[in-house]
Design a protein around this ligand. Structure first.
Ligand code: HEM
Length: 506
């Protein structure tokens, strides 16, 4: 009797399972006709992944897929096209005029970046990058004054000081005859910088016994276990996806950073200590807001210092890492960059100053060319927040549709950058830039929701590169597998291969 009952239960479970799979399949088949029904060109999806190509690894990011979609639509001659991430509809923009419309001209229809964050239950996750309107606009206005050139100058010396630790560390490696692990060294440098200017603490990332900040930063950036499964669930049922996403997140790094902010704020208050950094600017807005609109609460301080850390450390270290890679394999360009740096510094008695950086135009061309080939944020996203008619068409993009833009696809498009694999900073002279549509090179995004930390990111990247080039001559180590290729395991740009450099003291 017992056996018979358990068999019945098993049959019931199987039946429910089969019925659920069938229901999901029917739902997906209906969803997959969406772009066709609207008369939008589209790339053919397959159940259940849609157009996601990198499937069910530990982590999954559609970022490299964004380039593949861009390339496939471009080859077919489309200016835009529909895809699906699992069952989620997504419009990929190819033509720079449409990109300009979405990011800038008609921004009011595309204010939000994503919709997977549960702001109510996760207030410390509601930082500027994730937050949706109506919260985003006032927060952006509050934080914008934190990034003026005046504030950058205030933080300049802290960045310079951190670069000393990096150079000392590299000198030791070189003395011991070791190759330079570029990615690790650049990440340690930017961790020290952001730790200092965002949290007001010394992170000691070059002291191998205590790289706690670096480790916690990496854990914070990790999408967490089961991220591909969660994207799949969120595509069918966003509410459950959000809740599960919050539960699956590694909570330790957030607790760690919250405690750092709390104890630093307490120390500064009790000891009346002031420092020229991001945390102080936020603390002033907390304690002495010039008006109620400028007030930030404790959760906003924590969320945004953590965000500055996330947004600031890996993007800038990636920029430096790939710049050094390109300079190491292009010795003539390396020499020309070093010559410019030395010439400008000679005017400033050998001192690196904020003003000297602005005069290094060739260095900026080198960084621009690096960001063209290796943009740290491989794909940009917006959510349509109000129905919108695409220009010169009758196609209405419905509220809730995700929009995908691929800086990597644009940057490697031979129509805009002939012989795209070639590293050639001459593409970014003022004259050459005028010949191109400005929206084909958008490594910092564009429009009102572009990168708020652009100036700071460029400042720390320039300082890091200047310090390395004035101390070392670089070449690629025989340990590095060339050419570097883009990994799909991370939402920011990362190479599959490790980058080792040979450095010779100058
Ligand atoms: C070279 C370094 C950097 C690069 C390449 C970079 C790139 C980007 C990109 C592509 C976006 C998205 C823009 C869009 O969707 O249109 C972004 C947003 C953002 N970045 Fe950066 N970033 C860098 C450094 C930084 C730094 C140092 C900080 C802060 C300390 C920062 C803070 C932010 C924030 C807060 C946002 C969200 C802005 C908003 O939604 O209003 N970034 N960044």
């Amino acid at each position: 009797m017992g056996l018979f009952l358990s068999e019945l239960v098993a049959i019931d479970v199987l039946f429910v399972l089969a019925a659920s799979i069938l229901a999901i399949w029917i739902y997906f088949q209906h969803t997959y006709q969406y772009w066709e029904r609207k008369g939008v060109p589209y790339l053919k999806p397959t159940f259940p992944y849609g157009n996601v190509k990198v499937i069910f690894k530990k982590t999954l990011h559609t970022t490299t897929d964004a380039k593949t979609w861009y390339d496939e639509l471009k080859i077919k001659g489309h200016k835009f096209g529909g895809v699906y991430t699992f069952s989620r509809r997504r419009l990929v923009l190819v033509d720079p005029e449409y990109i300009k419309d979405v990011l800038t001209k008609d921004f009011n229809h595309f204010i939000d970046r994503n919709d997977h964050v549960d702001e109510k239950n996760n207030p410390k996750g509601a930082h500027l990058f994730n937050i949706r309107n109506p919260g985003w606009k006032p927060l952006r206005q509050k934080l914008t004054p934190t990034f003026t050139s005046g504030k950058m100058k205030m933080m300049f010396n802290s960045v310079l000081e951190c670069s000393n630790y990096m150079i000392d560390f590299m000198k030791k490696d070189v003395q011991d005859g070791q190759d330079i692990d570029s990615r690790e060294i650049m990440a340690a440098f930017t961790t020290d910088v952001i730790g200092s200017v965002a949290f007001g603490v010394e992170c000691n990332s070059f002291d191998n016994s205590k790289p706690e900040f670096l480790n916690m930063g990496r854990r914070l950036l990790d999408g967490g276990k089961f991220s591909s499964l969660l994207i799949f669930i969120a595509s069918i049922c966003p509410g459950i996806g959000k809740t599960l996403g919050a539960l699956a997140k590694d909570s330790l790094p957030k607790a760690f950073f919250t405690e750092v902010v709390r104890s630093t704020l307490e120390y500064r208050k009790n000891n009346k200590v002031r420092r020229p950094d991001f945390l102080q600017l936020l603390l002033d807005m907390h304690e002495e807001p010039t008006d109620s609109e400028k007030y930030v609460n404790f959760n906003q301080i924590v969320a945004n210092t953590i965000l500055f850390f996330i947004a600031g450390f890996d993007t800038s270290s990636t920029t430096m890492n790939f710049t050094l890679y390109e300079l190491a394999r292009n010795p003539q360009i390396q020499e020309k960059t070093r010559d410019e740096i030395n010439t400008v510094l000679a005017k400033y008695q050998g001192k690196i100053t904020y003003e000297a950086l602005q005069e290094m135009t060739y260095l900026q061309q080198v960084i621009d060319e690096t960001l063209r080939l290796w943009p740290p944020l491989i794909s940009l996203e917006r959510i349509c927040t109000k129905d919108y008619t695409l220009r010169d068409t009758n196609i209405v993009i419905e509220k809730g549709t995700a929009i995908e833009i691929s800086p990597l696809g644009l940057g490697r498009d031979p129509e805009y950058f002939p012989n795209p694999e070639k590293f050639d900073p001459e593409r970014f002279t003022a004259e050459e830039k005028l010949k191109r549509h400005p929206y084909v090179h958008i490594p910092f995004g564009e429009g009102p929701r572009n990168c708020i930390g652009l100036r700071f990111g460029l400042m720390q990247s320039r300082i890091g590169i200047i310090r390395v080039l004035t101390n070392f001559k670089l070449s690629i180590s025989s340990k590095t597998k060339m050419p570097l290729t883009v990994s799909s395991q991370y939402f920011l740009l990362k190479s599959n291969e490790k980058l080792y450099l040979r450095a010779e003291r100058i």
